[in-house]
Design a protein around this ligand. Structure first.
Ligand code: FAD
Length: 355
């Protein structure tokens, strides 16, 4: 039976970011994935670092702000290990307010909007401007993987975790390639939550499309309403794609793309920016967001399973929260006080689901 200090299940953005953080702190890490790394939710995402989205649960704000603060160092570390620099694609978001928000300051005037985005059709929406970045998860993924591969992190693919047994000072992990022993284990298996109680984390499907923007549409910011977002990829001046997303569906683990859903997304986007109705389609896809009943992540341990941690359930904000999740989970694993209060994310809150 091989042994490592810490065994991580799941080579998505959360698992690999944590592996990199632990490796940086001198810990020996093994990462197991049942398939290929970064091929699930982490590369289906739009890539908004939407810390100030008014639709987020308010308990997310401190850990979101921490993540925003940690992002430059996270990208620098990836760059120094991989040689690949992940660029920020946008720096501002035009955010439409949900109907129940009545007291937000700084609502943009029609003149402000005409100046920012002349082609916008605001309709009944009221907009504010957020200082918010986005990046391309499909640029982040290969850079992160190259960074991990430049270290001594033991990344084992095609290895499925079946179960984990906690002992006094260690865990035994049963995998499709035999048992493994580690001092501590972290479940980062996204919506599969391989070792969590049933229903603690479930998939929530998101369908998306990307289009090539017409050259006359100079879209350099994200446009987001409670039901749709348009996220341009701006760093290649020759061609500007934009992501239009996303559905939010309870469809189990189904990732089928439906033409009707894609057409609905496009018509919602075109209602905001009419020239999107004829923008050539590039690609369509669907991904599965790891979702808990209260839309908050699962960070920490369940009672009576002291060496068995979870870092999953990031729902719509896993790209945003990856650096902070890696940081605070490493702190928990090493017995340090986390930089932000994690009580809202404690698996204990879901303990009734386990009974
Ligand atoms: C359409 C869509 C749009 C999104 N947009 C954004 C956005 O704009 N901004 C943002 O911050 N977030 C966004 N998200 C959310 C974000 O993508 C997720 O929260 C995040 O990627 C979750 O990462 P993860 O590493 O936990 O999961 P995943 O990337 O799904 O990785 C889980 C890994 O676990 C592995 N695994 C599963 N079961 C087992 C097992 N039994 N044994 C071993 N390995 C296993 C899988 O193979 C996989 O590699 C979006 C998500 C979707 C679907």
């Amino acid at each position: 039976m091989s042994h490592s200090d810490i065994c991580i299940a799941g080579a998505g953005l959360i698992g690999l970011s944590l592996a990199l953080e632990l490796h940086h702190r001198g810990i020996s890490v093994t990462v197991l994935d049942r398939g290929t790394p970064l091929s699930e939710s982490s590369t289906a995402a739009a890539g908004m670092l939407a810390a100030a989205d008014p639709d987020n649960p308010p308990q997310l704000r401190p850990i979101s702000d921490l993540s925003i603060q940690l992002y430059p160092a996270f990208l620098d570390r990836i760059h120094s290990l991989s040689g690949q620099r992940v660029a920020l694609q946008t720096h501002t978001t035009l955010q439409a307010l949900p109907l129940h928000v009545t007291n937000a300051g700084n609502i943009l005037t029609p003149q402000d909007l005409a100046h920012l985005l002349p082609s916008l059709t605001p309709g009944d929406h009221r907009f504010i401007l957020l200082n918010e970045n986005s990046l391309d998860p499909r640029q982040l993924a290969p850079a992160l993987l190259a960074a991990v591969r430049a270290t001594s992190i033991d990344l084992r693919l095609n290895t499925t975790i079946h179960s984990v047994e906690s002992h006094a000072g260690s865990v035994t992990i049963q995998t499709s390639n035999g048992p493994l022993e580690a001092s501590q284990f972290v479940d980062c298996t996204g919506c599969w939550a391989a070792t969590a109680p049933p229903s603690a984390v479930v998939p929530r499907k998101g369908q998306m499309l990307s289009v090539t923007l017409p050259p006359e549409l100079l879209l350099r910011l994200v446009v987001r309403t409670p039901s749709i977002y348009i996220v341009p990829r701006t760093i290649d001046p020759a061609v500007t794609p934009a992501i239009i997303g996303a559905t939010v569906e309870d469809a189990g683990f189904d990732k089928t793309v439906h033409a009707s859903a894609i057409a609905h997304l496009r018509s919602q986007a075109s209602a905001l920016i009419p020239s999107l109705s004829t923008a050539p389609e590039r690609e369509t896809w669907a991904g599965l967001r790891p979702t808990t009943p209260d839309r908050l992540p699962l960070l920490g341990t369940f009672p009576n399973q002291p060496h068995h941690y979870f870092a999953t359930g990031h729902y719509r904000n896993g790209i945003l929260l990856a650096p902070a999740t890696a940081h605070v989970t490493a702190q928990l694993l090493l017995g340090e006080t986390p930089s932000v209060d994690l009580s809202a994310f404690s698996p204990s809150r879901l303990v009734s689901l386990a009974q």
